[in-house]
Design a protein around this ligand. Structure first.
Ligand code: GLC
Ligand code: MG
Length: 717
């Protein structure tokens, strides 16, 4: 198994949209934008850091004729030690992010299987956006590793803005699924050891809207820009195809170019820019306007949002009669964006971002790196960027008149323009290179890993979950199986310790978690990899004692404890056990077999009331009622599937009735010599070995029988 000393293994989780290593289709839809670019570049940049061994970007696998087959590839190498890993998440077709919620839990399970295939547990998980945050949270809990979260955009903020625009709450919720998104964000913020934002404004104004606002766990690391692509114009460089494209529109293409680059989304506020330009005669004389608003074939067949924005754009151009002065190309390749910045810089133009809000503003930094000064909306990202780079001006995006004046002023002053251009290049290199980004990121991350801070809902364990790297597992009942003979127990534990394989140890017991922990401590038994407690109705992981809530949800099916308790009062020979033994999914009685009817009759009796439950009779003295989906055996099967450890590699040992279900089936079954009569009926099954020796002696006998610490012998049925 690779050791941590080889360098960090980092998982980035970004589920929605279309991510690949080349020709990103940015702006193709609302889900494929800045976040996608950021995570792909982050993966590459992190993998180049000397402290990092491996970075994987986990995203959704999509099989859909409407999108490239690249997005169906399970694995894509990004060079160095970075890759994209695509895993199934619900239906095969491409889906918008708002409808992915029901599929995230199965995505989590698929990641666990992937981790088992890799054979190494990640050191750190970073979730992006609410959906990736939710998945990262579940993984971090299940694997026992720390996590980070980057919101990219936040549900509470977006909802607030839509409400301000006068949209109805019910209509908004129906389209955007805000309730789920915001809850996922709250859960993630409560669990993340670290929140990475791009700007201070997010920390100060956006995240405080959340119940789980923890500024001490937040850190601002501005996004990095790919400086090998974004550089200043070079004299001998081949002319870009964009130049010819713009020449189709512009009468005097050499004039300074005011460049805007934005998805056709109302919030990008390009209409105000066109008004500002159209209404300012001096500005029209002094400069051209270039608007690159995604790619389009036929506006009339686009979705309503972009269709309306583009239609309005064309109408405004017509209204102000801007022909020959405004370019609005139909198509551009994402790798020509840098050419546009350089063309604009060469023309002594400006990059303008008039968006209503701008949390991120990566394009502003790219423009800066190309030596193109900026005029941008006075909001989060631009504020930080312009403050650091001193390369332009901020504007109020709602005031078209002022915007026009500012633009004119900005191109008018030549010496200031030069200064801005130089400052931008220097600032981009100093503050926004991927090198500086990853250095800060890794430094903070190493601090978090070595000293996990306490998150709200879980105490991050110092120990990782070993389940994905174990190659076999011994699951023992506690009372009268593992315990009962101290000398045997000691010798069994020594054997497990000395094994050359990755052998896990787990317990499956009728006891409650705390009572199980107590008794294991008393006998110096090492903390198990998982606990199946309360007769299989609860599962906890050894790292951090985290409960598997997926199991709780799974077994809740058809469970009506109040009705069951009431009806059972009429059954003679039963006495409820102590209150502490009554659990959410377990009702327990002491049973007097001489007075009580046979178990079969009790089941029939319950069915008459349409009550369905599992009745488990042990030691001739206890009766447990569990949901139909719960038992020690079913819990083992659930864990086997979830963690990818086949039943043939799980040895289960027990002595009484509540062990019966886990002894049947494909696992390697073992009954210790001191067993109770209920188990007699398992005799003759090839996968249930009846040991001669009692307690842990019997367990060791079974280990030999199956060659469990060697090659493992699986009996054929
Ligand atoms: C343990 C539990 C008890 C249960 C019994 C049989 O003793 O504490 O509640 O009835 O196991 O499963
Ligand atoms: Mg027992």
């Amino acid at each position: 198994m690779p050791e941590d000393s080889e360098g960090l293994y980092i998982l980035l989780v970004s589920i929605h949209g279309l991510a690949r290593g080349h020709d990103l289709e940015l702006g193709r839809d609302a889900d494929t934008g800045g976040q996608i670019k950021y995570v792909v570049e982050l993966a590459r940049a992190l993998s180049q850091h000397p402290g990092v061994a491996k970075v994987e970007l986990l995203t959704r696998q999509v099989f859909d004729a409407k999108v490239s087959s690249d997005y169906a590839e399970p694995f894509e190498d990004l060079g160095d030690n970075a890759s994209i890993v695509r895993l199934p998440c619900g239906p095969r077709r491409y889906l918008r992010k708002e409808v992915l919620w029901p599929h995230l839990d199965s995505f989590v399970d698929n990641v666990l299987q992937h981790v088992r295939r890799v054979g190494r547990i990640p050191d750190f998980i970073h979730g992006h956006y609410a959906d990736g945050g939710y998945v990262a949270t579940r993984l971090a809990q299940l694997l026992g590793v720390p996590m980070a979260f980057t919101g990219h955009s936040l549900g509470r903020i977006k909802k607030q803005r839509l409400l301000e625009k006068g949209l109805k709450e019910s209509a908004i919720d129906a389209q955007y699924n805000f309730a789920q998104r915001i809850e996922a964000e709250e859960i993630t913020l409560g669990n993340a050891n670290l929140m990475v934002t791009s700007t201070h404004q997010e920390v100060e104004q956006q995240y405080p809207l959340y119940e789980n606002y923890h500024p001490r766990r937040m850190t601002v690391i501005p996004p990095g820009v790919d400086l090998s692509r974004f550089y200043t114009p070079r004299p001998l460089e081949a002319t870009s195809p964009m130049k010819a494209e713009l020449a189709r529109f512009l009468k005097q293409p050499r004039k300074p170019m005011i460049l805007a680059l934005a998805r056709p989304d109302e919030r990008k506020n390009v209409a105000t820019l066109v008004r500002a330009y159209g209404e300012n005669a001096e500005l029209r004389e002094a400069a051209n306007l270039v608007i690159v608003a995604g790619n389009r074939d036929d506006i009339s067949s686009m979705e309503k949002g972009p269709r309306e924005v583009l239609t309005q754009l064309l109408m405004l151009i017509d209204k102000y009669d801007l022909y020959g002065q405004v370019a609005y190309p139909k198509h551009h390749e994402s790798e020509h964006v840098e050419d546009l910045f350089r063309l604009a810089a060469k023309s002594r133009g400006l990059f303008v971002n008039p968006a209503l809000t701008e949390p991120f503003g990566l394009t502003l930094i790219e423009a800066a790196a190309c030596g193109l000064p900026v005029v941008a909306t006075e909001d989060g990202g631009p504020r930080d960027i312009v403050a650091l780079c001193k390369n332009g001006l901020l504007i109020n995006p709602l005031d078209a008149g002022a915007l026009g004046k500012t633009l004119l002023e900005a191109i008018g002053n030549k010496t200031r323009w030069q200064r801005w251009s130089k400052n931008g290049v220097r600032g981009a290199h100093e503050h926004f290179s991927w090198d500086s980004h990853t250095n800060r990121y890794i430094a903070i991350l190493q601090r978090v890993i070595s000293k996990p801070r306490r998150a709200n809902h879980v105490v991050i364990a110092r120990k990782k979950n070993r389940l994905p790297i174990l190659d076999r597992m011994l699951v023992c009942d506690i009372d009268n199986t593992l315990l009962g003979d101290d000398e045997a127990l000691e010798s069994l534990l020594a054997q497990l310790r000395d094994s050359e394989h990755n052998v896990g140890l787990a317990v499956a017991t009728g006891r409650r978690l705390h009572s199980a922990i107590g008794v294991l401590k008393k006998y110096n038994i090492p903390s198990p990899d998982f606990f199946i407690t309360a007769v299989g109705s609860e599962i906890y992981y050894g790292h951090g004692l985290l409960e598997d809530t997926g199991w709780q949800r799974h077994i809740d099916y058809r469970w009506h404890p109040a009705a069951l308790k009431k009806i059972m009062q009429d059954v003679p020979g039963l006495k409820p056990q102590a209150a502490s033994e009554q659990r959410l999914h377990k009702i327990s009685y002491n049973i007097d077999p001489d007075k009580a009817p046979p178990i079969r009759e009790i089941i029939t009796f319950l069915r008459r009331y349409d009550l369905h439950a599992k009745l488990i009779y042990s030691h001739g003295a206890y009766l447990d009622i569990l949901p139909v989906r719960a038992s020690k055996g079913l819990a083992i099967r659930y864990l086997s599937l979830k963690w990818g450890l086949p039943p043939e590699r799980i040895l289960v040992a027990g002595d009484s009735g509540n062990d019966e279900e886990m002894l049947r089936g494909n696992t390697l079954g073992l009954v210790v010599g001191n067993y109770s009569p209920e188990l007699e009926r398992l005799k003759g099954r090839p996968r249930v070995y009846f040991a001669e020796g009692g307690h842990a002696w019997g367990i060791m006998e079974g280990i030999r029988h199956y060659d469990f610490l060697g090659d493992i012998r699986t009996p054929n049925d």
